[in-house]
Ligand binder design. Sequence first.
Ligand SMILES: Nc1nc2c(ncn2[C@@H]2O[C@H](COP(=O)(O)OP(=O)(O)OP(=O)(O)O)[C@@H](O)[C@H]2O)c(=O)[nH]1
Length: 345
Amino acid sequence: MQFADAKFNRSSLLMALRRYSSAVHNMEQTILLPSLLRDVPYDDDDDDDALDCEAAENNKDLYECYLQLKAIKITVESGLVPHDDAKGKSHAVLHKSLEPLLEADPEALFQFHLRGLFAVMATLTKKSQSLTKKYLDIIGLRMSMEDYDYLFKIVLIGNAGVGKTCLVRRFTQGLFPPGQGATIGVDFMIKTVEIKGVKVKLQIWDTAGQERFRSITQSYYRSANALILTYDITCEDSFRCLPEWLREIEQYANNQVVTILVGNKIDLADKREVHRQRAEEFAEAQSMLYLETSAKESDNVEKLFLDLACELIREAKQNTLDNNDSTPMPGEGKNINYLGCCSMN
Ligand SMILES: Nc1nc2c(ncn2[C@@H]2O[C@H](COP(=O)(O)OP(=O)(O)OP(=O)(O)O)[C@@H](O)[C@H]2O)c(=O)[nH]1
């Protein structure tokens, strides 16, 4: 839905629809494994509105609510789809019963339905936000909002064996794991850092470099705030594959993503196959930041993540300035928004 260009009144129906659409968008970006919502009963402590009662009565699980919210968003954005026969008939009956009212006082009828639609959209928006939070609870990621000022999602990509997992473990656990095995699919870790008094929660996703996991890992790019594209300075092959990785980024990541190129394993200087200058030129040509690291010796690992966090804060502040509209309405609560870099002002 493209309402960004027009300045609609914040209490207009179009804005209510937009808020709903963006809450579902955020939900879709966050919930990468919807199957985790299966068989989780719908019980909402925060609000006991009509839809909750309905969900409880129908024994809906969170997965069904998730699908329903997505389906309604499609209708909001693309229009009504033809109903099956049974539903079609009941709509026709409803329409017939409204006809006398429509002729007598169309404005009153419009006001009545407009109010109803507002109430429904507000409830659905709240529900999408609540479902997003519940998912984060399920995967153990939700923290009290007071815990941090920014939440950023960083995804590491690059050939198998270049040291992605070791970089993550060095940064989050302060160790170099002996005999680190290949990552299967995707793994993630959390670390909170404080930069000039600003608390930043980094959600770090470590993807498998092996080709056979590519279709799984690609789905993690799109909601990333930053990508760490890693190669091994002692392995020419891992450097030669970078254009292939850049094509993946182009195809799957969002266009605001911050990308940094990292040459890892600089402790093996005598085995270096990729000269620093060559890598720097490549990074510059692709408008990427560049850094060389050693997960083993802990060289530049802290710097890598802290510099990235600083850059993301800078971008988030800029986005907030550019997009005053993202300020929550009173009572809407604060949203966890990866793409919007969730500034908790
Ligand atoms: N010398 C040295 N070895 C490293 C460094 N980082 C990682 N390694 C070694 O490189 C190998 C691969 O490391 P991983 O962290 O598993 O590599 P990865 O990129 O996560 O690999 P996949 O999970 O298969 O994508 C391991 O044997 C590590 O011990 C480093 O900075 N220096």
